[in-house]
Design a protein around this ligand. Structure first.
Ligand code: MSP
Length: 505
């Protein structure tokens, strides 16, 4: 089971915020879960360093573009680790091996007769790094980047995208799961059905990029350069190995809707032209907004990952990102919502369950968990958990997967109230019942911890440690009856200690 997941390569002109963290966290969750299920995985992330936008920021800062990207890519390289993600490789488009691959890729398109020269006269939005139609602008401005549109007239090389319309339509019709969710598939397909315009794959007026192999006076258009990263990385991530054999086309591209067109239309056509297979799947998630508005420096509402992590920890950021917005839909978040999830779900529901369970084992059984069978009621719940969660994750329903796990958390809390272990403990003749309830709780928490490991890795490890169960995360362990009897359980410290609510903004 081979599984290759990518995030977009982020533009380095900005600093990472929770929107970028969101995609990286989601990719990390699906990869970790695949690993737990025995999959052979590869996880790629990185940065998009070329283009006009980056060159201009470097100019403002008075350094060369290379100096600028060398400096700023450090923060981006750190993003994955900061949010607890474990990519296998971090690509930079200024890597020489990437440039070499891009030259070969574009040359293949050229040799295939899909590239021609023409004059481009029209509008270019530097913010989007994209050519715009008049009809896409509002009052002559880019709806996303305001004033960054400029008139361009230059000799460019064009890719004959129009020649790929039928092939793309066939591809969409043959592969209904090529793009998910379904409404994004429909959006991409109707874009193709509406007629495709050839697009420029080079820039004559730009110097910060990869020179074209057949005309060194032009550099590759930043998107033609960037999309290719998903393949180029496989050729040099592991020196001496060509990972394309193992992982192409077993790739899943993850991104937000802002760059759907580039991934779902331009990229498959470029691949077909260069003689590669198209990706297995593309999942387009929604946009995270802060209090109903897009995050931007000018609005001053950008949330940096560190702001959340420093107060609540990495796992809270990961949990909240997936839990508070249905994955695939747009959603609005707020600082108050982080606190609320932390306190209610992580603290009161999951954290308290562990504290209560361990405290009761200590108080009523001197820290000993006996080798008794669990009850039928709890066994039945746990028996289906692994399959249900895996199915949700495979359908990219990460929020739904978390909800399935949470149903068990809530069920276990209710079970404590129903069985009242404090009453069983008072009656010496009911000690077997008491042992069974305690075993059920530990077996449930252990299964929940393994199921949650991809979402909240540190929390999962803490739960297993507190219960003195093996840290082994393979998916078979999301099942009843795998708890080992132990002696010496101690009352666990709170997983999510109480914190003051944030001051109103
Ligand atoms: N460099 C291009 C991508 C090239 S991929 C071959 C680019 N970079 S970007 O820095 O603007 O990143 C855009 C991506 O960042 C989105 O598609 C999404 O994955 C993530 N997000 C940035 N802000 C986001 C939100 N507010 N909400 C959700 N995702 C966000 O485009």
């Amino acid at each position: 089971m081979r599984f290759y997941v990518t995030t977009p390569i982020y533009y380095v002109n900005d600093v990472p915020h929770i929107g970028h963290a969101y995609t990286t966290i989601a990719a990390d969750i699906v990869v970790r879960n695949r690993k737990q299920r025995g999959g052979e995985t590869f996880f790629l992330t990185g940065v998009d360093e070329h283009g006009t936008k980056i060159r201009r920021v470097a100019e403002v800062e008075g350094v060369t573009p290379q100096e600028y990207v060398d400096r700023i890519s450090v923060a981006w390289r750190g993003l994955a680790g900061q949010v607890g993600a474990e990519p296998d490789f971090f690509i930079r488009t200024s890597d020489e091996q990437h440039a070499e691959f891009v030259r070969d890729f574009l040359q293949r398109m050229y040799d295939n007769g899909d590239v021609y020269e023409d004059v481009y006269a029209g509008l270019y939005c530097v913010g989007c790094e994209a050519f715009k139609l008049e009809s896409e602008l509002i009052d002559g401005k880019c709806p996303d980047h305001g004033d960054s549109v400029q008139y361009l007239e230059e000799k460019n090389y064009f890719f004959r995208l129009s020649a790929y319309q039928d092939r793309l339509l066939r591809l969409y019709d043959d592969r209904p799961e090529l793009v998910l969710p379904r409404f994004r598939y429909n959006e991409a397909r109707s874009f193709v059905a509406g007629g495709l315009q050839d697009f420029s794959i080079s820039r004559a007026g730009e110097t910060w990029g990869i020179p074209l192999p057949w005309d060194k006076s032009q550099v590759a258009y930043v998107w033609a350069d960037a999309l290719t990263n998903y393949l180029s990385a496989l050729t040099y991530a592991r020196p001496g190995q060509d990972l394309r054999e193992a992982f192409w086309p077993e790739v899943r591209h993850l991104m937000a809707k802002d760059i759907l067109r580039f991934h779902c239309v331009y990229w498959p056509a470029m691949l077909l032209s260069a003689g590669y297979e198209v990706p297995k799947q593309m999942f387009v998630h929604g946009y995270l907004m802060v209090e109903g508005r897009g995050m931007s420096k000018s609005l001053g509402n950008v949330i940096a990952p560190a702001e959340v992590i420093d107060v609540y920890g990495v796992d809270t950021l990961r949990f909240w990102a997936i839990r508070s917005v249905s994955f695939g839909q747009d959603g609005s978040v707020s600082r108050a919502s982080i606190h609320e999830r932390y306190e209610r779900e992580l603290g009161n529901e999951l954290g308290n369950l562990l504290s209560r369970t361990t405290a009761m084992i200590v108080r009523y059984r001197g820290g000993r968990l006996g080798a008794v069978p669990g009850s039928e009621a709890i066994r039945t719940e746990l028996a289906v958990l692994g399959a249900t969660v895996a199915e949700r994750i495979d359908a990219w329903d990460l929020t739904g997967a978390l909800e399935e796990i949470w149903k068990v958390v809530r069920r276990l809390n209710a079970y404590v109230e129903e069985t009242k272990p404090w009453e069983l403990a008072k009656d010496g003749s009911r000690v077997d019942e008491l042992d069974q309830v305690l075993l059920d709780l530990v077996d449930g928490l252990r299964s929940v911890a393994v199921a949650l490991a991809a979402f909240v890795p540190q929390t999962a490890a803490s739960i297993l440690k507190a219960l003195q169960q093996p840290g082994e995360l393979s998916w078979e362990n999301v099942a009843p009856g795998r708890t080992q009897p132990v002696d010496g359980i101690e009352a666990a410290p709170p997983l999510f200690p109480r914190l003051d609510a944030p001051a109103p903004a």
